[in-house]
Design a protein around this ligand. Structure first.
Ligand SMILES: [Zn+2]
Length: 511
């Protein structure tokens, strides 16, 4: 968990000289951490929302953003996780651009209930986002711009709260510091889909970051909304400057490019591509996740207005079965003019499974009107339903069936051991800082990142595995204009089961 603590800047600057490890530092320095009390932020709204961002910042000094781990990626069995991560086409997504703000609560993302995993990640129970400052035609420009960025994909953009499941991006006229305790250099934040769409995700874009001269205004905010929304649809960062997943300055030509590009915002900050390949093609990955826009053509059997009949023959709702084993689901479907599609929707992985063997860990056979899927699942509750579509476009869904899979697999939290930076060492402005840590887990490490805390908030640096297995590293540069004083570094490790371990703090003195 990231500490929501910060130094009071005025108090810091009034303190006098101290000696650290025999080095006399400048008069504006804070004292050594052992003799200084961190000041708890008394409430979320301590920073005026239009306070300019501090100069005290790590390079690059432009806008950055943060992703948090996919809160609900896959099941507890390796096969289910593979199924979740299979880049099979999923249902189209409706994305709600919220300009009205609101109060959000911690938990697994559920936009309809205003629950956000971003808050969980930062240990906040709730946060209130003020409305956007964009009004009327300006707001319309933003919505139209985002719609245009997603015009080639199965993503419907709306600024009216939808009925039914949807993803939400909150465009708020507040700095990240004031509502989430983030650095003011952070323009947005969203959960990153683990090669899948994060269902009903909630992301945030901080409008004041883009309203500064040179940061693009509405056009910059549009790109940020598209960028955060795409994170929820599984897209990693890319270095290609004309791609919306880059950190390059605002540019109307930015789009989701059909190009294979290494993941990460720079060569110095590599990231694993979420779908496991060495490169990412943001255009094709979006097509794999949400498909193309619905075709404008009519149904293939225009006269058919009688919907198909579909039912789940087994298992029964409420049944129990052994976990970590195959589960078979039998679905009967008929239609008087013929079926166009029958799918089993497995909620744990949010996959609408066709009766083909295109997804690893799932097989299906057809016998007469019956389709029988076999899925290797983990343990716990599993819910699913089936739907059938006929040639007239009529759709029928079964009721939801929930079964209980018994037994619990071991999943211990990961371990982390910070190697660099040296605790209580000093660092000059403009110098390169190395973050290095050993991380391990009984199953698999999913994410390792360094968390740098300064008096303007926190910055996060994803760490990449080095050539030494289990050792992760990232480097960056301390701004030449950084204020002298103490910073803390922590390393957070998340395993594939979502368990998170935070290292003890190390202290670094910037001089
Ligand atoms: Zn990003």
């Amino acid at each position: 968990m990231v500490d929501a603590k910060r130094l009071d800047p005025m108090r810091t600057r009034s303190l006098s000289a101290v000696v650290i490890s025999g080095v006399v530092v400048a008069a504006c320095a804070a004292p050594a951490p052992s003799s200084f009390e961190w000041v708890d932020e008394p409430a979320l709204e301590t920073t005026p929302r239009n306070e300019p961002p501090p100069d005290d910042e790590l390079e690059p000094s432009g806008v950055t953003d943060v992703t948090v781990p996919d809160p609900s990626a896959g099941g507890s069995s390796p096969s289910e996780r593979t199924m979740a991560n299979a880049a099979a086409p999923t249902a189209p997504v409706t994305a709600y651009l919220n300009g009205e703000g609101g109060t959000y609560f911690a938990g697994v993302d559920n936009a309809g209930q205003r629950i956000s995993s971003v808050l969980s990640f930062y240990g906040r129970q709730s946060a209130t986002a003020p409305p956007t400052g964009y009004q009327g035609a300006t707001w319309r420009t933003l919505v139209d711009c985002v719609s245009e960025k997603f015009a080639r994909y199965g993503v419907t953009i709306t600024d009216r709260r939808p009925v039914g499941p949807y993803t939400e991006i909150v465009v708020t006229n507040a700095w990240g510091s004031s509502i989430l305790g983030l650095s003011n250099a952070i323009g947005g934040i969203a959960p990153l889909g683990s090669c899948r769409v994060v269902p009903q995700a909630v992301g945030f874009v901080f409008q004041p970051v883009y309203d500064r001269p040179g940061y693009g205004g509405v056009a910059g905010a549009c790109e940020a909304v598209a960028h955060e929304l795409a994170h929820t649809l599984s897209l990693s960062h890319e270095q290609l400057a004309t791609d919306l997943m880059s950190y390059a300055p605002a540019n109307p030509a930015k789009r989701f490019q059909d190009a294979n590009v290494a993941c990460g915002v720079s060569a110095q900050a590599p990231e694993a591509c979420t779908c496991g390949a060495a490169t990412q093609n943001s255009h094709r990955q979006l097509l794999a996740m949400v498909g193309a826009p619905a075709p404008s053509g009519g149904p293939t059997t225009p006269g058919d207005t009688v919907p198909p009949v579909v039912s789940i023959a087994s298992p029964a709702n409420g049944a129990s079965a052994p976990g970590n084993a195959n589960v078979t689901v039998a679905v009967d479907a008929t239609d008087e003019t013929g079926l166009a599609d029958v799918r089993l929707v497995w909620q744990q992985t949010q996959r609408a499974l066709a009766c083909d063997d295109s997804v690893q860990g799932v097989t299906c056979v057809v016998t007469g009107n019956r389709r029988t899927w076999t899925i290797f699942a983990g343990t716990g509750a599993r819910s699913f339903y089936a739907y059938a579509v006929d040639g007239g476009g009529n759709t029928t869904s079964t009721p939801l069936v929930t079964i209980s899979l018994t037994g619990a697999p071991p999943d211990a939290p990961p371990t982390v051991n910070v190697q660099l930076p040296v605790d209580r060492g000093a660092l000059s402005r403009g110098a390169t800082i190395d973050f290095q840590a050993a991380a391990s887990d009984d199953r698999a490490v999913a994410d390792v990142r360094a968390i740098w805390t300064f008096n303007g908030g926190t910055l996060e640096y994803p760490m990449a595995q080095t050539t030494t297995p289990g050792v992760y590293r990232a480097t960056t540069t301390v701004s030449a204009t950084a204020t002298a004083g103490w910073r803390t570094v922590e390393v957070a490790v998340v395993d594939d089961g979502g368990n998170r371990t935070l290292s003890p703090k190390r202290w670094v003195y910037v001089q």
